[in-house]
Design a protein around this ligand. Structure first.
Ligand SMILES: [Zn+2]
Ligand SMILES: [Zn+2]
Length: 181
């Protein structure tokens, strides 16, 4: 009985025929179990399965469009994942990945899932200029400012800038007077 899991492939025709290869493309939905990933579109994997002595070697690439979160402001960020896949399946099943089951199937979902997870960057930013959110009131500082919180938390030099700004204002007012628009 074949599983309805699209990442399970029957390999009976390859077993024991060392050197014979078969190209397969598998497409299916996948839940990515990683906190940094908000969503995952359909996964497409183009693979070559090669019969080896005592098993199979699966090589290729898995691709998916992921939705990540900006580390600074939590906005959704699109990310296209393209991960190399290389996995050996043998008679002696790997605890994690599994092997060739009694019916001659291999399950590629775990290895594809793990490769997708590895492709997710540790740091995701919506823009290198992302200003983040105000830790005091939660306002997205890319969209507006919160008077009072933003400047003090934005930069370690904010206090210095504020001091310099005040000095300049003072210098201007003493030189030119207090005329302003
Ligand atoms: Zn951001
Ligand atoms: Zn604020």
């Amino acid at each position: 009985m074949r599983s309805s899991n699209p990442f399970v492939i029957g390999v009976n025709g390859l077993l024991g025929r060392t050197g014979v290869t078969r190209s397969v493309t598998v497409i299916g939905p996948m839940e990515v179990d990683l906190a940094r990933v908000e969503g995952c579109g359909p996964v497409t994997a183009d693979l070559i399965i090669e019969a080896t002595v005592g098993g199979l070697l699966v090589r290729g690439e898995a691709r998916a469009d992921l939705i990540l979160k900006c580390n600074r402001c939590l906005r959704a960020v699109d990310f296209r994942s393209a991960s190399p896949v290389s996995q050996v399946y043998g008679d002696r099943p790997d605890d994690q990945i599994g092997g060739i089951d009694d019916e001659g199937n291999i399950d590629l979902s775990l290895v594809i899932h793990d490769e997708l997870c590895l492709s997710v960057p540790l740091l995701t930013l919506c823009s290198e200029f992302c200003r983040g959110i105000c830790p005091m009131c939660g306002v997205d500082l890319n969209e507006g400012t919160c008077p009072g919180h933003a400047e003090t938390t934005e930069s370690p030099f904010a206090a210095l800038e504020a001091w310099l700004g005040a000095s300049l204002d003072l210098a201007e007012s003493t030189e030119i007077g207090s005329s302003s628009s």
